[in-house]
Ligand binder design. Structure first.
Ligand SMILES: [Fe+2]
Length: 181
């Protein structure tokens, strides 16, 4: 597996018959997590998240990410990309919504009860997700870094960021890949 410096992904990648599936992306992140040298190559910073761009399968966008204690992504989705991620070290928590929300056409949305899901992903545990998956990922540890591997296809054209107050989800920002941290 090659590691290259972080660089903006192309704005769009051609879809092809060989587009990787969620299962293939999960297989990729599983193999990456098992690559001890790769995981150890990630610089860790106690002050903030770190990341290294990886070459994902079939033109997918992949990242190795380091999470200091107490850091998280905030609520977001990945528009039309499907993806997978897995914890390589430490533990991550994922809060997600069990319903598939439209990515476009709204700025605030009132969620019904019972749509929240919570997963704890210990080292070696991961998940795949479909289009329009809304979630936040956190390292809730007070003293331990977490490391994870992520893959998305198509390469992320944009990320939509939301604030969450109770059951209300509000669109706050649309980020391009070069903004994404
Ligand atoms: Fe995400």
């Amino acid at each position: 597996m090659s590691v290259s410096p972080a660089a903006p992904a192309p704005a769009s990648a051609p879809r092809s018959a060989s587009a990787p599936t969620q299962a293939e992306l999960l297989g990729f992140v599983r193999r990456a997590v098992a690559d001890a040298d790769l995981i150890a190559s990630l610089p860790l910073d106690p002050e903030g998240r770190t990341w290294v761009r990886l070459e994902g399968p079939g033109g997918s966008e992949a990242w190795l990410i380091g999470w200091p204690p107490g850091t998280g992504t905030g609520w977001h989705d990945h528009a039309d990309s499907v993806g997978a991620f897995m914890t390589a070290s430490g533990e991550l928590k994922e809060n997600s919504l069990a319903v598939r929300l439209p990515t476009d056409g709204w700025t605030t949305l009132e969620l019904t009860g019972g749509v929240d899901r919570e997963r704890r992903l210990a080292t070696g545990e991961g998940r795949a997700f479909g289009r329009h998956h809304v979630h936040e990922v956190l390292n809730e540890s007070t003293d331990r870094h977490a490391i994870s591997v992520h893959a998305y296809y198509p390469p992320l054209p944009r990320i939509r960021r939301y604030s969450r107050t109770g059951q209300t989800l509000r669109l706050e920002q649309v980020e391009r890949p070069e903004d994404w941290q």
